[in-house]
Design a protein around this ligand. Structure first.
Ligand code: HEM
Ligand SMILES: [Cu+2]
Length: 842
């Protein structure tokens, strides 16, 4: 029988050894040691709480903005303080709320939805979470001292460059936000691999819950969308700290380079936020329409299509910068095209509602419908501003402010509120209040439209954005007053929501019991609140909505009829399955609670925090803390259980340790490399961009250095070869070959680094003298950084080898490091060619 109350579950655990074991090993530590916990339910909850906290901070700043703008000639806030406030409002909302909340919800529900016990790298989720919390607090902390960035959330240079923003403001942004991107990447690797490799048997790709499809696209978009910003960030910080003039027009740089890099990230960002919102809607709507999602395949195609298209739209944020006519037309057409996949999704939702036996208008569904309405309205103005002549009129006016708030509220805030109402029972076992929910929905929905609809008109009447006040006689005053009233209505609605969310429903809410919404996806398979281990046994599924289509399945999961129903050795485990068909491949031993993620995150945060104030020695100390935590963290990976086969139940066994390119560890490294490669390509893009816009100023040809460059290239290639020999030797069981190979590789790499540095030193080019020279030096610095990481990796591998942890059967870590090693060699050779050959041949 399916448990319908937690009491029954307690009762059962007393007689059932398997259940007892699972509960015991997955129970989070108590007291302060709870912060060691890395399990996705604990981390996911903290993540959601933190993201909502940042939403409140961003909302508070919005209230200040609206208070200031309520009346003309108001002097509540000074101009400079206003600039900081709207900059931090936008920054907080985009970087500290909108993207993280999506990761947070996914980290919490995905494993349960996918019948996994956790995500592939729980410690990385934990690290990502702490990094996010600390980085966010750091960025916001600047507000307390009134030294926050004030250049707008897109931080355009030269305003944010060393000349016009000499203080610390932009550094808080660049380092704080740069740091948070680390956590976004961590989460995206986690989600991609979780979705592709940690599904229950039988769940082939075409049976995945639609939520998983969306989050897969989301993960890949972060992979390719964030690197340009990371690179742009680094370049700007280096320009500010060391005067390398990447963006300085006087020295061959170009402020537009920043705009390109920013919007190469910034436009996909909009979809990075919207796709998870759509994922939530696509999950919630079928439940309340009581019908499967109409057009599953179409939605998958639309999500993937949106992902691709959104990388070709960035220039629509730059129509007014003097772009050639040809590109204006191209980007305008592409921007219009993206309405098609968005439209497909909206029509599919409507068709789903239509095809069912009638809609249940519970609170999550109300929020979902509100989301569709608001998002469509934002989409319509989006089509308008995609047209170049319209944009020329309304660019940088309140019309645009209205447009993007419609998109963001409809695409993110409302879906998130729907999702929180919907999934809360998984965490608390209680339903949120229908009455309070209706009240908060009404206040937020009406308040939002009252606040933002008038901004379309204020914008058309010419009110520019980012002005701290305005004169009384321009016809903007009553519209602004209405907007402010609406904004405070939204705030009141949020207060009602919070009251229910944080307090009321936990105390007085109705018990949710088993599957309160009668949903079809796996996360609802048992009594709420769900357990930290998410399910008693990992099922075999045969449909997209297993709870609807397979009567008795929930029962059988709870009775432990499927895989991994116990854990006699008291270790946390989950199943890795085939990427396409989902057949069992490996039993994964998941890590137990540990302090290392928190320590590493504090170290990383200190590194970035100290860098703001240019305390380089302390930065180096912080880096050592991170490295030490990393070594402790990694040391016990790749345990080699004997015997290697584990009884997963149903008379089947699975290996507990697999080497090769199909493992989640290897995929993790491969995705990291992919991300890094995208940032490297952004650096190449920057060089080509500077070259094409400055055709009268060709890149300087380095004088000499060719010999050193060839030596460097030869040395890094030798180092890769030596590494190959090392791993070849290891496979043959030749320990000496392993050690000698690694040492040779290391020496060759270090010598290569020296030769590479020398190859640029001898040319006499200084990074401060021109933008091109700065980019050349950036290639060298970039390579050097990778060489340093590779060196640390190999020293670590040598230590592992000495401890007997690298053997023919235990070669996965070595393989992962080798991948990074060859990649570093690739970066070095590419950089050398670009710096030394390319200027000679063009
Ligand atoms: C009731 C809620 C909100 C209100 C009243 C509000 C109000 C405003 C206003 C008036 C501005 C323009 C400030 C100016 O240009 O001088 C603004 C900017 C902005 N808002 Fe909101 N906002 C709200 C919620 C949100 C949310 C939920 C998001 C994102 C998820 C968001 C993202 C932004 C961004 C990115 C900017 C641009 C900042 C800049 O120009 O640098 N806002 N907001
Ligand atoms: Cu855009």
């Amino acid at each position: 029988m399916t448990f319908t109350s937690t009491r029954q579950l307690e009762e059962a655990a007393r007689h059932d050894a398997g259940l007892w074991q699972l509960r015991e090993i997955w129970a989070p530590p108590k007291g302060l040691r709870r912060f060691k916990e890395i399990n996705n339910t604990v981390i996911g909850e903290l993540y959601v709480l933190t993201a909502i906290f940042f939403l409140l901070v961003g909302g508070l700043l919005a209230m200040l903005i609206r208070a200031q703008l309520a009346l003309p000639e108001n002097d509540l806030l000074s101009a400079d303080w206003y600039n900081q406030i709207f900059t931090m409002h936008g920054t907080t909302m985009m970087f500290l709320f909108a993207v993280p909340i999506m990761e947070a919800v996914a980290i919490y529900v995905l494993p349960q939805m996918l019948g996994a016990r956790d995500l592939p790298f729980p410690r990385i989720s934990a690290y990502g979470y702490w990094a996010y919390l600390l980085g966010g607090l750091m960025a916001l902390g600047s507000l307390l001292f009134k030294i926050a960035p004030a250049g707008g959330w897109f931080m355009y240079v030269p305003l944010t460059g060393p000349e016009y923003s000499p203080g610390y403001g932009p550094d808080f942004w660049l380092l704080g936000i740069g740091f948070i991107e680390v956590s976004a990447v961590a989460a995206s690797i986690e989600l991609i691999i979780g979705i592709l490799k940690f599904r229950p048997p039988g769940m082939s790709l075409d049976r995945m819950p639609i939520f998983a499809w969306y989050m897969l696209v989301f993960g890949f978009m972060i992979m390719f969308g964030f690197p340009p910003l990371v690179l742009g960030d680094i370049l700007l910080e280096v320009e500010r700290a060391f005067h390398w003039p990447f963006y300085d027009a006087g020295k061959g740089g170009d402020p537009l380079l920043w705009q390109h890099l920013f919007w190469l990230f910034g436009h996909p960002e909009v979809y990075i936020i919207f796709l998870p919102g759509a994922a939530m809607l696509s999950t919630i709507i079928p439940t309340f329409a009581r019908a499967p999602l109409a057009g599953y395949v179409w939605i998958v195609l639309a999500a993937v299509g949106t992902g691709f298209l959104s990388f070709g739209l960035w220039v629509h944020h730059m129509y007014t910068t003097g772009i050639p006519m040809m590109s204006l037309s191209f980007f305008s057409a592409a921007s219009l095209a993206v309405a098609i996949p968005s439209g497909i999704q909206v029509f599919a939702w409507i068709a789903t509602i239509w095809s069912g036996p009638g809609v249940l208008l519970k609170v999550p569904m109300l929020y979902a419908l509100g989301a569709i309405f608001i998002f469509v309205a934002g989409g319509l103005t989006g089509v308008m501003v995609a047209l170049v002549p319209v944009d020329f009129q309304v660019h940088d006016t309140y019309f645009v402010v209205a447009h993007f708030h419609y998109v963001l509220f409809g695409g993110a805030v409302m879906p998130v509120l729907a999702a929180l109402h919907y999934w809360m029972p998984l965490a608390t076992g209680k339903l949120m209040s229908e009455t309070l929910g209706r009240l908060s929905f009404a206040l937020i929905f009406v308040g939002f439209n009252v606040a933002f609809f008038p901004m379309h008109i204020t914008g058309l009447r010419g009110m520019p954005r980012r002005v701290y006040t305005y004169p009384a006689d321009l016809g903007w005053d009553w519209l602004n007053l209405v907007s402010s009233v609406g904004a405070y209505m939204v705030a009141a609605g949020m207060a009602v929501f919070l009251w229910d969310w944080l307090y009321w429903h936990r105390k007085h809410g109705r018990d949710a019991g088993y599957n309160p919404w009668n949903a079809g996806t796996l996360e609802w398979h048992t009594v709420t609140p769900s357990s930290a281990f998410s399910l008693r046994s990992v099922p075999i599924v045969s449909s997209t909505y297993p709870l609807w289509d397979e009567p008795g399945l929930a029962d059988r999961i709870d009775r432990g009829e499927f895989y991994l129903a116990d854990s006699p050795d008291m270790r946390r485990k989950t199943l890795r399955t085939g990427t396409v068909m989902g057949e069992p491949r490996e039993v994964i031993l998941l890590p137990h609670p540990s302090w290392t993620p928190l320590v590493a995150a504090v170290g990383t945060a200190s590194f970035f925090g100290l860098a703001i104030f240019k305390l380089w020695w302390l930065c180096a100390a912080a880096a050592l803390v991170v490295i030490a935590a990393g070594v402790v963290w990694m040391w016990d990976t790749e345990p080699l259980p004997e015997p290697n086969r584990y009884d997963i139940g149903r008379g089947e066994t699975c290996p507990m340790h697999v080497n090769g390119t199909e493992t989640h560890g290897f995929w993790g490294m491969a995705l990291l490399v992919l991300f890094d490669l995208a940032a490297f390509v952004s650096l190449i893009f920057s060089l080509l961009f500077l070259w094409t816009v400055n055709r009268d100023l060709s890149p300087p040809v380095p004088e000499g250095g060719l010999g050193w460059a060839s030596a460097a290239a030869g040395l890094v290639l030798v180092s890769s070869l030596a590494f190959r020999l090392a791993s070849f030797g290891n496979r043959r069981g030749l320990f000496i070959a392993l050690v000698v190979g690694l040492i040779l590789a290391l020496l060759a790499m270090i010598a290569g680094a020296g030769a590479m540095l020398q190859s640029l030193l001898v040319t006499g080019l200084l990074p401060t003298q021109s933008a091109f020279a700065a980019v050349y030096w950036m290639f060298v610095a970039w390579t050097g950084f990778h060489m340093a990481i590779s060196t640390i990796f190999v020293l670590y591998m040598l230590a592992r080898a000495a401890a007997g942890k690298v053997t023919p059967d235990r070669r996965q870590s070595l393989m992962n490091v080798e991948l990074f090693w060859h990649y570093t060699t690739g970066v070095a050779v590419a950089s050398l060619v670009i710096v030394h050959l390319w200027p000679r041949v063009i």
